[in-house]
Design a protein around this ligand. Structure first.
Ligand SMILES: NC(=O)c1ccc[n+]([C@@H]2O[C@H](COP(=O)([O-])OP(=O)(O)OC[C@H]3O[C@@H](n4cnc5c(N)ncnc54)[C@H](OP(=O)(O)O)[C@@H]3O)[C@@H](O)[C@H]2O)c1
Length: 252
């Protein structure tokens, strides 16, 4: 079996970091991106190397499409130098931010920021990276439980994720001829820095979500990192165009 390589956006913290560590634990080499936190990214590279996999961290702002040509060149070069290859196996579109604002108060600037980071960025990033994704490879997009259920304050954020869910089906249809499967994972509320860390740090929010979750607690990064590694395992190669919610049964 050839060595597998995953490219994960936003691997410096939170769910992306957990995912790269879990993918590494099953023997997958890693390219991941960071946006603002270079030291955190360097720490993750060292953790990955201690696990025994090859790891490369690259800077990327997913909202700046003008840089995607350069970024694709950097990935090409990293593949060549580190793996003597011209393709990678798995793309995980994970990087993202949340903005909690009611529909009636959402500004155009907030809308555009979410659009660029959560939808337009991953749309064109994936398009740029297509030649580097191996035939028979996988794409996993990251959505949210909020695209199925509605919580006040997430209209724009959840709408962008809903768009990613529709895009997932179109990518699955069009990339299927190259044997590439495309799925979307929808995490429930997870304790990370996301949205100012409110799920982790605000006891009231944490307890409310736990009370609305079948398994009785909010999610932790391990819940999602494990799920991402499982979804990219060889056992699930025949699954495509699916939305998989990993939320402990939130808002049933
Ligand atoms: N946590 C949740 O409750 C939850 C639930 C459902 C879905 N999600 C989704 O899961 C994904 C990861 O969230 P998280 O909880 O891990 O968030 P997080 O802990 O805040 O981490 C965000 C990651 O994305 C990167 N990032 C942020 N803005 C970026 C940009 N403009 N360009 C490129 N990278 C950028 C960050 O890089 P730096 O470290 O360099 O800043 C970091 O690696 C997001 O798509 C989010 O919407 C999260």
């Amino acid at each position: 079996m050839t060595q597998r390589i995953a490219l994960v956006t936003g691997g410096s913290r939170g769910l992306g970091k957990n995912a790269v560590l879990k993918l590494a634990a099953q023997g997958t080499d890693i390219i991941f991106t960071w946006n603002s936190q270079q030291q955190a990214a360097q720490d993750v590279v060292e953790e990955l190397q201690q696990i025994g996999v090859k790891a490369v961290a690259l800077q990327l702002n997913v909202s700046d499409i003008s840089t995607f040509g350069d970024f694709t060149q950097q990935v090409t070069q990293a593949l060549k130098e580190t793996w003597q290859r011209d393709t990678f196996d798995y793309l995980v579109n994970n990087a993202g931010i949340g903005i909690n604002v009611p529909f009636a108060e959402t500004t155009e600037a907030q809308f555009d920021e979410l659009l660029n980071i959560q939808f337009k960025g991953p749309f064109f990033l994936t398009q740029h990276l297509l030649p580097l994704i191996k035939n028979g490879g996988r794409i996993l997009n990251v959505s949210t439980g909020l695209a199925r259920f509605a919580l006040p304050g997430f209209a724009a954020y959840a709408a962008m994720k809903g768009a990613m869910e529709v895009l997932t089906r179109y990518q699955a249809k069009e990339l299927g001829e190259r044997g590439i499967s495309v799925n979307v994972i929808a995490p429930g509320a997870i304790e990370t820095d996301f949205g100012g860390g409110s799920v982790r740090d605000n006891e009231q929010i944490n307890q409310y979500i736990a009370s609305q979750t079948a398994l009785g607690r909010v999610g932790v990064p391990d819940d999602i990192g494990d799920a991402i590694a499982a979804l990219l395992s060889d056992k699930l190669g025949w699954m495509s165009a699916q939305r998989v919610e990993v939320s402990g049964g939130m808002f049933l």
